[in-house]
Design a binder for this molecule. Structure first.
Ligand code: UDP
Length: 351
């Protein structure tokens, strides 16, 4: 069996690393196609160095374009490659432009699609990711859902065939890499954070970065918290801060370049709370037992909110929410047993 995996963004490298290992163990041939959506050392190369992810066979180098141009160019290149390699399946992850580009091309070539992290919904169509998720799910033949809620969302949209609840591959990734991170990461020493209390922030969603007032509000409020804020800043956020002349706000925040996954796990595990708009980090905070404050109006990881570990907050309420929060005593297993990747490989073998 030959499977072509299309990826291109940071969270996809992390998810694919555990699935690639499971596919290899199951002797499924996998050909990686990297669209180039994330392309530099800190957003791409470092993940291929640290994680068990083979080098991509194809690198399309398509990035820094508007959504339409980026997706269109990806589709053109992906089509050429798929026609050449003739895979039995095309595998896509999550909700990025690389996901939808791969899914659309595969659907038109009538190659069955595997969608990993299927069924997520924020119910906010203004998020580009929401559009990508919905369309990809409706085109896919095998849909691997991380949670019962994701299965329910698919059911409500009439997607009943090919849906498998396997748990979340990010749970697998944490179980796979946490020990290595604890042995090798020097990030706390490098940032002078050993035995220090700090908050960990990441912000990169357009709804937070592309509106000047909103971004200013977030940065202002991050400077007024009880503990220092460490902020590995996504390149698009930094570009917006620079364009909008907000660099002075960064003086009171410990802004650093994006970190490796291993360093990120250590920061997440040792911080007081995670303050974020990232999808992946809401889950990681939960799995690592840290409270999360999500700077959005809604989340596709609703179960973390329901169990009391994740709070949707407005920037101006951050200080209050962080101060008055009590950590829940119970943290049920929401994301499976850490065997999602092997279950995906087994189901593929039987398909
Ligand atoms: N991440 C990382 N380094 C960073 C920021 C995030 O390794 O500097 C990891 C994080 O641990 C998580 C994933 O990237 O596994 C989340 O990616 P991102 O926030 O870019 O995307 P989203 O999950 O929102 O789609």
């Amino acid at each position: 069996m030959k499977l072509a995996t299309i990826l291109g963004a940071r969270p996809q490298f992390i998810k694919a690393s555990v699935v690639s290992s499971a596919l290899k163990n199951a002797e499924i041939e996998e050909i990686l196609i990297h669209t180039g959506q994330h392309f530099d050392r800190v957003m791409s190369d470092v993940f291929f160095q640290d994680l068990d992810l083979p080098q991509p066979k194809y690198h399309l180098n398509i990035h820094s374009l508007n959504h339409g141009a980026m997706t269109g160019r990806m589709m053109e290149k992906i089509e050429e490659i798929l026609l050449q390699i003739k895979p039995d399946w095309v595998c896509v992850y999550g909700d990025t432009n690389s996901t939808i580009a791969g899914a659309l091309v595969a659907a038109k070539l009538q190659i069955p699609i595997v969608h990993i992290e299927a069924g997520l919904r924020s119910f906010n169509r203004e998020m580009p990711e929401e559009v990508n998720r919905v369309v990809t799910d409706h085109l896919s033949q095998l849909l691997f859902a991380p949670t019962p809620l994701a299965v329910q969302c698919l059911t409500k949209e009439g997607i009943l065939q090919g849906v498998h609840l396997v748990g979340d591959v990010m749970m697998d990734a944490i179980l796979t890499y946490l020990a290595k991170a604890q042995q090798t990461s020097q990030i706390l020493e490098k940032l002078d954070l050993v035995d220090q209390k700090f908050y960990l922030a990441t912000i990169h969603r357009p709804s937070n970065t592309d509106n000047r007032d909103r971004l200013q509000n977030i940065l202002e409020n991050l400077t007024q918290l009880k503990y220092p804020v460490v902020f590995p800043m996504h390149p698009r956020t930094l570009a917006k801060v620079q364009q909008q002349e907000m660099l002075p706000y960064l003086e009171a925040i410990q802004v650093i370049p994006p970190v490796s996954y291993l360093d990120m796990l250590i920061l997440e595990k040792n911080c007081q709370s995670v303050l974020t708009d990232s999808g992946g980090m809401q889950k990681e905070a939960y799995i690592l037992g840290r409270p999360c404050f999500t700077l959005r109006d809604e989340t596709e990881w609703q179960e973390t909110v329901e169990v009391g570990w994740n709070h949707l907050v407005k920037p101006e309420n951050l200080y209050q929410s962080l101060t008055h929060f009590t950590t829940p005593t119970h943290a049920p297993r929401l994301y499976g047993e850490g065997n999602a990747a092997t279950r995906i490989a087994d189901i593929l073998l039987a398909a």
